[in-house]
Design a protein around this ligand. Structure first.
Ligand code: ADP
Length: 260
C-alpha cells in the first residue's frame, strides 16, 4: 500500500501496553515506514566510538537521559543521512557552545547538513516516512523536533491499568532461553515448565504489581506534558483496546485515512 504523503509518527503508551507489537505491525503493513530508534542510534554511536558515543556512554550506563541537544543532533543527522531533510544546518548546531563544537568537530564534518545556513525542513516525500521510537520523550524534545521535522500523527495507546497488570502477572519466562509464556493466552503445555527443555519457569522480579504500578505512574507523569503538547498541535489521536489484536485494526484504519 503506497502512501499519499509523508507519515511522521510516534506511538506513546504505558509499559506493557504493546507499543513494540504495534510498531512492528505498522512497519510490516506499510513498508514505506521505517523505524528510527533513539536508543539504537545511541548504542550504535557508543559501539563505533564516535565522539557523541563516547560522550553519552556513561549517561546511558547509569540509566540517565542524554541531553536534548545531543539527541536532537543525533536524530537530525540521521534524517539528513537518509536524505529526508532539505534546507540546511539546524540552528541548535550553530548556537551550540564552542566547547561542544570542539568535542563534535569530527562529527560535524561528517554531518551531511553542515555548511548550509538555513534551518532544515522535513521532506514531504512519502518515502521520507518514519516511526520514531524512544524520541521525543519530553515536551522540550517535542518542541525542538517541531522546528525541524514536525510529527504529523501521535498515537496514544490506551489499555486499562488492570488489564495490563493482569497480562503482566500471568507472564512466565524460561530464563536460559528467554522464552516467554502467558498463562492467559500462550500457556506452557505443562503449567510452570518450559515446553522445549522441561525446565522450570519463573516470574520476573519486576513483573510484580508493586513494581509495575510505580512504572505506570512514572509513565503517566512524564507522558502527560508530551500528550498535551501534541494535543495542542492537533495531531494527537487516542486508541483504546483491551489487547493488541483489538487495537491494530483501528490503528491501520486511521493510518490509511490519514496517509493513503
Ligand atoms: P529504554 O526504553 O530502556 O529507556 P532505549 O533504547 O529507548 O531504552 O534508550 C536507552 C537509553 O538511551 C536511555 O536509557 C537513555 O539514556 C538514552 N535515550 C534514548 N532515547 C532518549 C531520549 N529521547 N532522550 C534522552 N535520552 C534517551
Amino acid at each position: 500500500m503506497r502512501l499519499r504523503r509523508a507519515a511522521r509518527v510516534i506511538l506513546i503508551g504505558a509499559p506493557g501496553v504493546g507499543k513494540g507489537t504495534q510498531s512492528k505491525r505498522l512497519l510490516t503493513r506499510f513498508p514505506q515506514l521505517s523505524a528510527i530508534s533513539s536508543g539504537d542510534l545511541l548504542r550504535h554511536n557508543v559501539k563505533t566510538r564516535t565522539p557523541l558515543g563516547i560522550k553519552v556512554e556513561n549517561t546511558m550506563k547509569t540509566g540517565g537521559l542524554v541531553s536534548d541537544d545531543l539527541i536532537l543532533r543525533l536524530i537530525t543527522n540521521e534524517l539528513g543521512r537518509r536524505g529526508w531533510l532539505y534546507g540546511g544546518r539546524p540552528n541548535f548546531m550553530t548556537l551550540s557552545s564552542s566547547s561542544e563544537a570542539d568535542t563534535f568537530g569530527s562529527a560535524l564534518e561528517a554531518d551531511p547538513l553542515a555548511g548550509a545556513s538555513l534551518s532544515p525542513q522535513a521532506s514531504e516525500d512519502p518515502a521520507a516516512s518514519f516511526l520514531l521510537d524512544g524520541f521525543p520523550r519530553t515536551a522540550a524534545q517535542a518542541q525542538r523536533l517541531d522546528d525541524i521535522v514536525p510529527v504529523n500523527w501521535v498515537v496514544s495507546l490506551q489499555t486499562p491499568f488492570d488489564v495490563i497488570m493482569e497480562r503482566i502477572s500471568s507472564r512466565w519466562v524460561h530464563e536460559p532461553s528467554g522464552r516467554v509464556y502467558n498463562t492467559a493466552f500462550n500457556a506452557p503445555k505443562v503449567p510452570g515448565f518450559d515446553d522445549v527443555t522441561g525446565e522450570p519457569l519463573v516470574q520476573r522480579a519486576d513483573d510484580t504489581e508493586e513494581v509495575y504500578r510505580a512504572r505506570f505512574q512514572k509513565f503517566q507523569e512524564t507522558s502527560q506534558p508530551l500528550l498535551e503538547h501534541y494535543a495542542k498541535k492537533g495531531v494527537l489521536w487516542e486508541v483504546h483496546g483491551m489487547s493488541s489484536d483489538e487495537i491494530s485494526p483501528k490503528l491501520y484504519q486511521e493510518f490509511e485515512n490519514r496517509f493513503l
